[in-house]
Write a protein that binds this ligand. Structure first.
Ligand SMILES: O=C[C@H](O)[C@H](O)COP(=O)(O)O
Ligand SMILES: C=C(OP(=O)(O)O)C(=O)O
Ligand SMILES: [Mn+2]
Length: 442
């Protein structure tokens, strides 16, 4: 019997690649094992403490980025635009919440996707589904769709390059509060967004007030920005699990925060087992079929010591279901004295296919699910601790609605996602203003 960090190998593992060349898998895994960690365990500990503060209502989490990062998207402009969007949103949310905002990118590791179907059929041809650049290529040819273990190593290098740029931007002056504030003024000033003007004006006044008081803006030139992704590919996550020399504890050093998806959260499955053994702060997605017993068992397995900041539940119920499905889960956790952080993913329960064949989501459904999340927590006296969004920094047309009123016809103009539809730059900022209003109204 295998123990410890390899016990998952004897458990059912959903959504894994079909590699047909064990020698190539071993080559990739041994390269990963010999490669340096992407994050330092001490950073994961700091994030765990920050998330504990969010669970107490003393901070708010903004987790966002692509559904699926790609190797071609690993370039300076795309990464910069995503960081810029998240920084802009964070300033608006900080103002609305009057709380620090924890910035957590779905970045630097989000290269693997669970899929509903193993195959995809186009024009009578059936090939393996695209499972993220860490597994196969999006192009619809037999060669591209073959699962290739060498891609794990490419995903590691793409994550490393992304994280390097994140660290450079957020520590090197790009995140300067004065600069981010100017970008936000541009957003509100450029188009008729009357609804957001009041808050933007208030933020402007607050900045002037801070300046008049002699606030040290130079101290606000850097921000902490953490990396997160779904821990889907077990060989990859295992190869990047290392023993921390300070404490002797295992950490998954592929990212600061890793989560288990809705499709891989089986209580006796491999993903829950592996993540139960690492010290990182971790998350679990919870869809509408989750039962109170499921959440209690997940807490027992993943957070037996009830450690604040260790476990985040990311609810993704759908706008029409959240008000019915979430309360019993939140109540069960509260009764069990679980110390979990609740955050809302208003994306994954609200997808549908447009008549023209695009996977999309309605902006208003996304907002309604977040509103439902706040309502449920308000009614129960618990803490709505953050939001988890699929977004990008460019002007794609993937989600419907928002003040630009992207309609079904417009989806075709700039649909670039290789998996789920993302909020574009403007829609992301709009979400930030609306969530800031919800936070301010608490
Ligand atoms: O990002 C989430 C999942 O990978 C995605 O929603 C699955 O999409 P599918 O139903 O097209 O496979
Ligand atoms: C796969 C995802 O979500 P879920 O596990 O909630 O379906 C995702 O976050 O892209
Ligand atoms: Mn997705």
């Amino acid at each position: 019997m295998l123990d410890g960090l390899d016990a998952w190998r004897e458990l059912p593992a959903a959504q894994q690649p079909n590699w047909d060349d064990p020698v190539a898998v071993e080559r990739a895994v041994s390269t990963l094992r010999a490669s340096p960690p992407l994050v330092f365990a001490g950073e994961c500990d700091v994030l765990r403490e920050r998330l504990a503060a969010a669970a107490r209502g003393e901070a708010f989490v903004l987790q966002g980025g692509d559904c699926a990062e790609t190797f071609t998207g690993t370039n300076a402009d795309d990464i910069k635009d995503r960081i810029k969007t998240i920084l802009q949103m964070a300033v608006v949310l900080t103002y609305g919440a009057s709380l620090p905002v924890i910035k957590l990118g779905r970045m630097a590791g989000q290269f693997a996707k669970p899929r509903s179907s193993d195959d995809e059929t186009r024009g009578g041809v059936t090939l393996p589904a695209y499972r993220g650049d860490a597994v196969n290529d999006y192009a619809f040819t037999p060669q591209a769709r073959k699962h290739d273990p060498a891609r794990l190593v490419q995903a590691y290098h793409a994550s490393s390059a992304t994280l390097n740029l994140i660290r450079a931007f957020t520590m090197g002056g790009f995140a300067d509060l004065r600069q981010v504030h100017e970008w936000n003024r541009g957003f509100v000033g450029n188009t008729a967004k009357a609804r957001y003007e009041n808050m933007a004006r208030d933020i402007d006044k607050a900045m002037k007030f801070m300046a008049a008081c002699g606030a040290d803006f130079d101290a606000l030139r850097t921000v902490a920005f953490y990396a997160s992704h779904e821990a889907l590919l077990l060989e990859y996550e295992r190869a990047l699990t290392r023993i921390d020399s300070r404490t002797g504890d295992p950490y998954d050093v592929s990212g600061h925060f890793v989560w288990i998806g809705e499709r891989t959260r089986q209580l006796d499955g491999a993903h829950v087992d592996l993540l139960s053994r690492v010290r990182n702060p971790i998350g679990v997605k919870l869809g509408p079929t989750t039962s109170p017993d499921d959440v209690l068992e997940l807490i027992d397995k993943l957070d037996p010591d009830r450690e604040p900041g260790r476990l985040t539940f990311i609810s993704r119920m759908g706008a029409g279901k959240i008000r019915d499905a979430l309360p019993r889960l939140v109540e069960a956790v509260a009764e069990a004295e679980g110390q979990v952080l609740w955050i809302s993913d208003p994306m994954h329960g609200n997808g549908f296919e447009s008549p023209t064949g695009y996977k999309t989501r309605q902006f208003d459904d996304i907002i309604d699910e977040i509103r439902g999340f706040f309502e449920v927590h308000k009614a129960l006296g618990t803490v709505p601790g953050g939001v988890h969004l699929e977004l990008t920094g460019s002007d794609v047309t993937e989600c419907l609605g928002g003040f630009e009123q992207i309609d079904e016809k417009a989806l075709a103009t700039r649909y670039e996602s290789v998996c789920d539809p993302r909020l574009n730059h403007q829609q992301s900022l709009e979400v930030a203003f609306l969530v800031a209003e919800m936070l301010a109204a608490r």
